[in-house]
Ligand binder design. Structure first.
Ligand SMILES: [Zn+2]
Ligand SMILES: [Zn+2]
Length: 181
């Protein structure tokens, strides 16, 4: 088990006063949908998708601070360097400090955060960031190929419970699985 830092040690992540180069990170946008994170504010952690995307690791965000899941994220400026956030996050999860792992995490997050726009809300699906409002979605994810009309995270807002019902089904994922090469 890792030892997570207290919320107060993270608080200044959001303080951009006097900083020349804040950059956009993803923050929990609401507590709607599935939300186990109770932090005052929450940043998105490096996705940790395993071979069981249906458990939530393939379709929920994880909070850097408490390690718990949430559904919706939006862009927010932060000042703490990404590498520091990623390293503190991984150490908090119980990993040894490891340069390679930190670098891989940073690369992934950079790629993800490059796409982020202020004012847009996102859901997470199969390793990818998906803007809410998108229709007729075609995604080539880490585990599966998704051809869906609407993001299940968006449907959840009108039909609470539908997100869990749809994406926690193993068959949702196995039916769309990448063909073995
Ligand atoms: Zn999983
Ligand atoms: Zn949290």
């Amino acid at each position: 088990m890792g030892t997570r830092e207290s919320w107060s040690s993270w608080k200044k992540v959001f303080d951009i006063t006097g900083r020349k180069k804040p950059y956009l990170h993803l923050e929990r946008a609401s507590s709607e949908g599935i939300c186990f994170c109770k932090c005052k504010r929450a940043l998105v952690a490096v996705p940790d998708q395993l071979d069981c995307p249906w458990c939530g690791c393939g379709w929920l965000f994880m909070c850097v601070f408490c390690g718990k899941a949430f559904t919706y994220a939006k862009a927010v400026p932060v000042n703490t360097p990404l590498a520091e956030i990623v390293e503190r996050d991984l150490v908090g999860r119980g990993w040894e400090k490891d340069r390679t792992m930190t670098r891989e995490g940073v690369t992934y997050m950079k790629w993800m955060l490059e796409q982020v726009q202020e004012g847009v809300q996102y859901g997470f699906l199969d390793g990818l960031l998906v803007p809410m409002g998108l229709r007729n979605i075609k995604l080539d994810g880490r585990s599966a190929v998704h051809r869906i009309k609407i993001l299940p995270h968006e449907r959840e807002l009108k039909t609470p419970g539908s997100l869990m019902k749809e994406l926690s089904r193993v068959s949702y994922w196995t039916r769309r699985e990448h063909k073995p090469k």
